[in-house]
Design a protein around this ligand. Structure first.
Ligand code: GLP
Length: 248
């Protein structure tokens, strides 16, 4: 595997500018391929970008009516109406406010009795849609993308059921009433799934992620830093705020 060196890194002055810039990049891609499949992400980082996309939609600058969407991941198990489920998050932060046909909204089903079969079907649905035009990604503190945690295993996994690491449980417990309420597993697109997207758009904000941003862009490509695999993708744009870029 050779590095493509084609990462386009955009440094913005703050969270708001990062959000606007990323929303514009995604809106341009949606306008270019209005009937395409687009991959969305959760976490605190995309909230501002989603607000900007809603504003653009209300101003008539982007139309979601032809899209099919696939989200990166979902906790397992979790009820869809739990306000910490990614299903709830996406409706609340974006999909309820734009003209997306919800029958074409895909998020791994945290309520399924058979998560392994659910993951397999999810991967097949992504393949059947002809591939994801643009996949949005956040970045975990430990370098995870989706819920692909650091592992010695390599980059070959498709959508699968994973155990969350303690560091991720600790990072995400702030959203739940108690640590015990944080699900211990998740269904996530695999690295292989993410790498098949035609374009990748990553957004990262804040000084706490500065070191891992530098490692993912300039460090060795290793499954111990899952996001480092993006050095091998041919079309990646990373939009950072100043603080997240401070170790570059
Ligand atoms: C979660 C999600 C990731 C997300 C990451 C960072 O664990 N599974 O997709 O990128 O957290 O979240 P935040 O943007 O809140 O820092």
């Amino acid at each position: 595997m050779t590095k493509t060196n084609s990462m386009n890194v955009i440094i913005t002055k703050d969270y708001d500018e990062m959000s606007l810039r990323a929303a514009q990049i995604m809106a341009d891609a949606i306008n270019e391929t209005p009937n395409g499949c687009f991959g969305f992400a959760t976490g605190s980082t995309p909230v501002g970008m989603y607000k900007a996309l809603i504003d653009m939609h209300l101003a008539g600058k982007v139309d979601f009516s032809g899209l099919t969407t696939f989200n990166l991941d979902e906790y397992y198990p979790i009820q869809k109406d739990n306000d910490q489920s990614y299903d709830f998050f996406m409706r609340d932060n974006l999909f309820n406010h734009v003209n997306l046909d919800k029958s074409r909204m895909n998020i791994p089903n945290g309520e399924t009795d058979d998560p392994v079969a659910c993951c397999r079907a999810y991967e097949q649905a992504i393949e059947a849609c002809g591939g994801i035009e643009m996949q949005l990604l956040g970045l975990g503190l430990n370098g995870h993308i989706g819920f692909n945690e650091p592992t010695a295993e390599g980059f070959s996994r498709a959508t699968n059921l994973v155990d969350l690491t303690d560091s991720t449980i600790q990072a995400n417990k702030r959203f739940f009433e108690t640590e015990a309420d944080v699900p211990k597993k998740a269904m996530t697109m695999g690295i292989k799934t993410i790498m098949h997207a035609k374009k990748v758009l990553m957004i990262v904000s804040g000084a706490s992620k500065a070191e891992i941003v530098n490692t993912l862009i300039n460090g060795p490509i290793t499954p111990l830093v899952p996001a480092s695999v993006l050095q091998l993708h041919h079309d990646v744009t990373i939009v950072l705020d100043k603080d997240a870029a401070s170790a570059l």
